[in-house]
Design a protein around this ligand. Structure first.
Ligand SMILES: Cc1cc2nc3c(=O)[nH]c(=O)nc-3n(C[C@H](O)[C@H](O)[C@H](O)COP(=O)(O)OP(=O)(O)OC[C@H]3O[C@@H](n4cnc5c(N)ncnc54)[C@H](O)[C@@H]3O)c2cc1C
Length: 484
């Protein structure tokens, strides 16, 4: 049969909004028939968690970029909205597709949707082919010596690194045949982006969603950030990490691409990068793998304590303290700077994420799920596995979690990781005239020094919501009630 007469293959894009290293797209492009590229905004299938506001903003930009990149290859991106099983089978019918291909998802709720779609298609005699693209190693491949899943990071890391090296990334397909004239929703009609008020101005100034933006971000990191990563990655006052998280979250770049680029940077000695820097960076990528491994074991990772003893934890309900935390008004500068960075840019440095999360859970005794929900709504990289696993890790309720009794002192954390106060001063301009010795502890600063810096506590910057020592004792007492 001549190629033009071959039936189309549907390429179902999801959290893999890229052309390069996209095995599903590559497979379809290599077939005889034309392809139909589709994205389904599914907020209706049971169990799926709707995206938060910041992630919806990102998705809009990412889809726009994907549509542009596909169009440059002559392929329109078809947008449909609704339950995936219904929308995909309708489209198969409309275009007469013989096969649907996609890259696998590992969030159990999303994987269940994919299983349903596969069943519906199989029942109609439509072929399905799925591929590994989002994780270096699929959760089911990682098993301990006794055959169970891993619960502790270090052995997981060791075992993953002992496997054969992850495959090399695939190039973007050069020639792609496509089918024209397939009706599509208009992206603007999906209302993914804010209008009034437009809270995303700060996002636009720091981010460029899409595959090209991801590639540029990786290049900049390899040139300037990877060198020194092992020692500087905890410094929020430096551009010391890759900021690839939202790009990885939406699959605008794959972990295979990032892994091999980092390894290659070491071999090429790029920018003075050391083996230690690369090993540390790869270990962070493996934390992402580990989080998915945990989510695969526990679909309720975002809602249920991994350690059931935390079900009895005496969390406080305190709406005004929660609001102060959300808006960066706790009176602890490193916490407030982080929460303001999050609100303004949709992202926060990892060290600061740990400090603000610890503050909510331990100083304010507010349930980690409140924090997880706030992050879900405000992070551009809000990720079903990383967010839930990290919150449980900080709260002490997770697998291989930081022990609850280890309580960060937010002043000392600020002084250690933002020694000149540059990060705090950037996000809290009211404190910019305080010296480095005071900027992380305005409440401990002599009144004359505060006055000289133009700061009146309670007017320019809040007094602390809680006293660190008192809060620490209260948190330990709360923990004692659930000790086994
Ligand atoms: C309370 C809390 C909530 C978090 N929520 C999220 C989230 O929703 N989405 C998210 O991607 N990360 C989350 N993280 C993990 C981490 O903070 C971010 O991945 C990291 O800050 C992203 O910045 P980066 O890309 O510059 O990281 P880099 O240091 O450059 O690391 C490279 C990549 O490795 C992965 N990674 C790094 N650290 C971790 C980690 N601790 N756990 C899992 N993966 C990691 C990310 O994909 C990251 O992009 C959370 C951490 C905490 C403490």
């Amino acid at each position: 049969m001549p190629p033009a007469a071959s039936p189309p293959t549907l390429v179902w894009f999801r959290d893999d909004l890229r052309l390069a290293d996209n095995p599903a797209l590559t497979a379809a492009a290599g077939g005889d028939g034309p392809i139909v590229a589709v994205y389904v905004l599914d907020e209706e299938s049971p169990g799926l968690r709707p995206l938060g506001g910041a992630a919806r903003w990102w998705l809009a930009g990412s889809l726009r970029a994907l549509a542009t990149d596909l169009r440059a290859r002559g392929v329109p991106l078809v947008l449909r909205r609704g339950p995936a099983a219904q929308r995909i089978s309708e489209l198969v019918e409309e275009v007469g597709a013989a096969e649907v291909v996609w890259n696998r998802r590992y969030d159990p709720a999303a994987a269940a949707v994919d299983d349903t779609v596969a069943d519906v298609l199989a029942a109609r005699g439509v072929g399905v082919a799925t591929f590994q693209a989002a994780l270096l190693v699929e959760p089911a491949q990682m098993r301990t010596k006794t055959g169970g899943p891993y619960g502790v990071f270090t052995p997981f890391l060791r075992a993953l690194l002992a496997l054969p090296e992850p495959r090399f990334p695939l190039p973007a397909p050069k020639a792609v045949r496509s089918l024209a004239g397939v009706p599509s929703d208009r992206l603007e009609d999906w209302d993914l982006e804010p209008t009034a008020p437009d809270w995303a101005a700060g996002f636009r100034s720091v981010w460029r969603p899409g595959e090209a933006g991801a590639g540029d971000r990786l290049t900049a990191f390899l040139d300037e950030g990877l060198k020194g990563y092992a020692t500087l990655r905890d410094r929020p006052d430096r551009t010391s990490t890759s900021r690839l998280s939202p790009h990885l979250r939406f699959g605008e770049i794959s972990p295979f691409q990032v892994f091999h680029a980092a390894r290659h940077a070491r071999e090429a000695g790029r920018g003075g990068t050391t083996g230690q820097d690369v090993d540390k960076f790869v270990a962070e990528l493996v934390w992402r793998e580990f989080a998915y491994h945990l989510l695969a074991q526990n679909p309720r990772l975002a809602t249920a304590n991994h350690q059931p003893r935390f079900d009895a934890f005496p969390w406080r309900s305190d709406a005004s303290a929660l609001h102060a935390w959300q808006r960066g008004r706790t009176g602890y500068p490193i916490v407030d700077a982080g929460m303001r960075e999050l609100w303004t840019t949709g992202w926060m440095h990892n060290r600061v994420r740990m400090v603000v999360a610890s503050f909510l859970v331990k100083h304010l005794l507010i349930d980690w799920r409140e924090g997880e929900r706030w992050f879900w709504d405000t992070l551009v990289d809000a990720d079903p596995a990383n967010n839930a696993a990290s919150w449980q890790w900080v709260a002490g309720s997770g697998a291989d979690a930081a022990p609850y009794f280890r309580i960060f002192n937010p002043v000392l954390q600020g002084e250690k990781f933002d020694p000149d106060g540059a990060y705090v001063k950037h996000w809290i301009p009211a404190l910019r005239r305080l010296g480095a010795q005071h900027v992380h502890r305005p409440f401990d600063t002599p009144p004359l020094e505060l006055a000289a810096a133009g700061v009146t506590l309670g007017r320019d910057y809040p007094a602390p919501l809680v006293d660190h020592k008192v809060a620490r004792e209260r948190a330990l007492a709360a923990l004692a009630t659930i000790k086994t």
